[in-house]
Design a protein around this ligand. Structure first.
Ligand code: SF4
Length: 490
């Protein structure tokens, strides 16, 4: 299991209602993308910010007025965070919480982003001496300071510079102290970003995932295109400037969104994610018939592998035993003591029902294997419950390379699939077989096309230049003590 990455949301209301209520619900719908912290930034005669640790809180009816007073205005941006850069203690989480706001001269700029920057060393150098000493530990302050510095020439020009100079994955929502709200997406569209509108046309929202629109009954009206910027100005009723600032011959949507990160009921490329995952399961059933013939039943790791397990069950007719269940309401990482071992940590999250597994040959459907430690623990628990043989069916192809674009796997050495083939991985995690969905099956099921997906962690072919150079130069000398390799190189 991997940590989730971030989710962003923005609201511009030209009607009666303020931004806070749709902003809040848009964030709640995307809380699966980040549990470490959440935050809101609204504009009403200046910027008002509120950030805190943990899940987006439940707000009782009596409290809503207080929240609306705290975060007034018809424009706002919001964020849930799972950090893939920066320090991991609670104080750093709070410092790194987004939206982040910085001052530049007499104006302020705040933003929240989903993604990760690659050329951070270059950016630090560029900003050195021009901006105050940075307080946060993540990439966000760098991007925020960069944008604030460049925004002196107008926000559209700042976004243009960002697209030309900043390499990485970034889906951004932001606000300036003059009331301008801006959104943009990196030239390759690595992280998703979509636009929706309320039925009466008075509210426009931008969301990482379509579920953030659905929860507010907003209609999906399209994507923020890769390399596109939208600025909601402050003239009259809020003039909208929309421009494709960078055009790449290809896109590179993160393939991992489809296996793991996105909610199953979100739409990607016009198709519900759960439908794609069902197809992953059917593909695995067709590819690995020797294990299907031997198996007595299917189980799945909750919850992202469940749709694939259903597809596999449909394809093979094998019983899908819902023996693994996630403990409801345990949705965060808090209060798992350092002294507790991996098994206890898994026990806190997932329960394995007793009874049906004894003496059985089991196909376990999983979305991915990154480090292998969680999978190993779960297989151990299945064996304790009497499973005779365990065949891992994995929807995401074997991960052999680190991700520089915002997924929590930034070194070669942490990846079990880097040094090991399927047989060696099976041995290490205690499975009788490990069966990955082949890349071509994965790509076909997405309906997106290999040229428009990022699958760099599988193929080693990165869609951006510096990422490729770093990976190529570091790969022969891996063993970098667990630091993000681009921090060492940049
Ligand atoms: S390298 Fe892998 S995880 Fe990272 S953006 Fe590409 S597909 Fe997603």
């Amino acid at each position: 299991m991997l940590g989730e990455k971030c989710g962003v949301y923005s609201v511009v209301s030209t009607g009666e209602g303020d931004a806070f209520v749709p902003l809040y619900w848009g964030l709640v719908a995307q809380n699966h993308r980040g549990h470490e912290s959440y935050g809101f930034l609204t504009y009403s005669d200046g910027l008002k910010r509120y950030v805190d640790l943990g899940l987006v809180p439940r707000i009782e009816r009596e409290e809503i007025l207080r929240w609306q007073m705290l975060l007034p205005g018809k424009r706002g941006v919001a964020h849930v965070r799972y950090g893939t850069s920066g320090k991991r203690d609670v104080y750093s989480h709070l410092k790194d919480a987004q939206p982040m706001v910085v001052s530049q001269g007499r104006s302020k700029l705040g933003l929240a982003f989903n993604g990760n920057l690659v050329n951070i060393g270059w950016l630090r150098g560029l900003l050195a001496g021009k901006v105050p000493k940075m307080k946060a530990t993540s990439d966000t302050e760098l991007l925020c300071r960069y944008m604030a510095l460049k925004a002196n020439g107008g926000i559209m020009e700042a976004i243009r510079s960002c697209m030309e100079e900043v390499e990485g994955a970034y889906s951004v929502v932001g606000l300036r102290s003059n009331g301008e709200l801006f959104v943009f997406r990196d030239p390759l569209g690595i992280r998703p970003l979509c636009i929706g509108r309320s039925k009466d046309g008075t509210i426009t929202a931008v969301s990482s995932e379509t579920v953030g629109l659905d929860i507010n009954s907003f209609s999906l009206i399209g994507e923020v295109e890769p390399g596109e910027a939208i600025v909601f100005g402050t003239n009259g009723n809020g003039m909208v400037e929309r421009e494709r600032l960078a055009k790449c011959p290809r896109r590179a949507l993160c393939g991992f969104e489809l296996s793991y990160f996105s909610r199953p009921d979100s739409l990607i490329n016009g198709k519900p994610v759960y439908k794609t995952r069902e197809e992953f399961g059917r593909n695995l059933g067709k590819r690995y018939q020797e294990y299907v013939r031997k198996a007595d039943l299917i189980v799945s790791i909750p919850e992202t592998a469940e749709d694939a397990a259903y597809g596999l069950h449909e394809e093979t007719g094998l019983r899908w035993e819902r023996a693994l269940r996630r403990h409801r309401f345990v949705t965060h990482r808090a209060f798992i003591l350092e002294s507790e071992d991996r098994k206890v940590t898994i026990d806190r999250k997932i329960n394995i029902g007793d009874g049906e597994l004894r003496g059985k040959r089991i196909i376990v459907v999983e979305d991915s294997i990154v480090r292998g430690d969680t999978t190993k623990t779960i297989i151990g628990k299945l064996r304790e419950r009497g499973a005779e043989e365990v065949y891992m069916f994995v929807t995401f192809p074997r991960i052999t390379h680190p991700c520089f674009y915002g997924i929590d796997m930034a070194t070669f050495t942490e990846l079990i699939g880097f040094r090991n083939d399927e047989a060696a991985i099976a041995k290490q995690i205690g499975a009788d077989a490990v069966c990955y969905q082949p890349l071509e099956d994965f790509v076909r099921a997405t309906g997106i096309g290999a040229e428009n997906l990022c699958m760099a962690c599988v193929t080693g072919r990165y869609p951006t230049e510096l990422a490729q150079r770093i990976a190529d130069s570091v790969k022969p000398k891996v063993g970098n003590d667990g630091k993000r390799i681009y921090e060492l190189e940049a």
